[in-house]
Design a protein around this ligand. Structure first.
Ligand SMILES: Cc1cc2nc3c(=O)[nH]c(=O)nc-3n(C[C@H](O)[C@H](O)[C@H](O)COP(=O)(O)OP(=O)(O)OC[C@H]3O[C@@H](n4cnc5c(N)ncnc54)[C@H](O)[C@@H]3O)c2cc1C
Length: 300
């Protein structure tokens, strides 16, 4: 494996898209993480495919990061390349009742444009700080709905460098997962939505956002829900019932607003956050015999 050679070749081929020693904390809604040896921000499908081909040819270490809203990066950083699709991959195309969006499109923009176009079905995603690529990968959901309900096709880049649209069924979307995606990268997604009055859609978006604001610590650095829902229960209820609201390790704290949100009060390390996660898992296991499973991904 030659990660240093891959970094050198990427910097030669795409000098304007490469940032050495890039702080990962800036890419993470948890604001945690040391530097990545190289941040590569492709601005087109062709650049992403060429960069990936180069990384694979060198058998280099690389990671794919969208909005960084579901990831915990290591304190020591990453000795490799972080691929971060740039704004050139944030595009939207309306062909009612279909809506197509590039991987880097933010959920905020996606929901706003759908509402303006009078297309309903994505209101649940308003307020999710992710991008289309990460939302497809995670099958993002809220308020009893999820992406899988309106996703019809995805545009993928496979390890061999082939690009094409495939049926969403191939991803086998499940609760916060897409086991059928495998090693493929999402370049874009196509949603089939329902025609509705734009003002009615905007009103629903506003109402769901209000519910979020009232129940989640949106002003603080977090990754959203730390744990997945166990069968027949809610992690927030279990954590609160275990008396863990406000529990802390360093600057990593179980939110007083929502116990399944762990916030970085400022300067928390990944080690602090992981220790808090372990403390909560252990306590909930001892008190309720429930094994909580992380929803966020620990990048290593
Ligand atoms: C305040 C807050 C509220 C949240 N609320 C919700 C919620 O209501 N519902 C919910 O489901 N989640 C929620 N989340 C979690 C998070 O926003 C979602 O998981 C989101 O889908 C992650 O998208 P992202 O672009 O940030 O992905 P990232 O965090 O960057 O990455 C997540 C995973 O997706 C992969 N990935 C990213 N881009 C691509 C791509 N183009 N192709 C293939 N794989 C890719 C990454 O490699 C990684 O494995 C919340 C988070 C926060 C901070």
């Amino acid at each position: 494996m030659s990660t240093p050679r891959a970094i050198e070749r990427l910097r030669d081929a795409f000098p304007a898209r490469c940032t050495p020693d890039a702080p990962l904390a800036a890419l993470s809604t948890w604001r945690i993480g040391g530097p990545a040896a190289l941040l590569f921000t492709p601005e087109s499908e062709a650049e992403l495919a060429a960069g990936l081909a180069l990384l694979r040819a060198e058998d280099a270490a690389w990671w794919l990061v969208g909005g960084g809203s579901n990831l915990l990066f290591p304190d020591e950083g990453l000795a490799g390349v972080v691929l971060h699709p740039g704004q050139g991959l944030a595009w939207l195309e309306v062909e009612a009742p279909l809506l197509r969006a590039g991987a880097a499109t933010s959920a905020v923009v996606l929901c706003r444009r759908a509402a303006q176009a009078g297309l309903a079905g994505l209101e649940f995603a308003g307020g999710i700080p992710g991008t289309v690529g990460g939302m497809v990968r995670m099958n993002a959901g809220a308020h009893g709905q999820e992406l899988a309900q309106s996703l019809v096709r995805v545009r993928l880049l496979d390890p061999a460098g082939t690009i094409g649209w495939v049926d969403a069924a191939e991803l086998r979307l499940e609760y916060r997962g897409s086991p059928g995606l495998g090693a493929r990268l999402v370049l874009a997604a196509e949603f089939r939505l329902a025609a509705d009055d734009p003002d009615a859609i905007k009103a629903r978006l506003r109402e769901l956002l209000e519910r979020r604001r009232a129940s989640q610590p949106l002003q603080e650095a977090s990754c959203g829900s730390v744990f997945k829902r166990p069968a027949d229960d809610f992690p927030g209820r279990l954590i609160e019932a275990a008396g863990l609201k406000g529990a802390r390790v360093g600057a990593a704290v179980v939110s007083q607003v929502h116990a399944n949100f762990f916030v970085n009060e400022g300067g928390a390390s990944a080690a602090d956050m992981l220790a808090l996660v372990e403390l909560v898992k252990r306590t909930v296991r001892e008190r309720f015999s429930v094994e909580l499973e992380e929803e966020f991904q620990h990048v290593r």
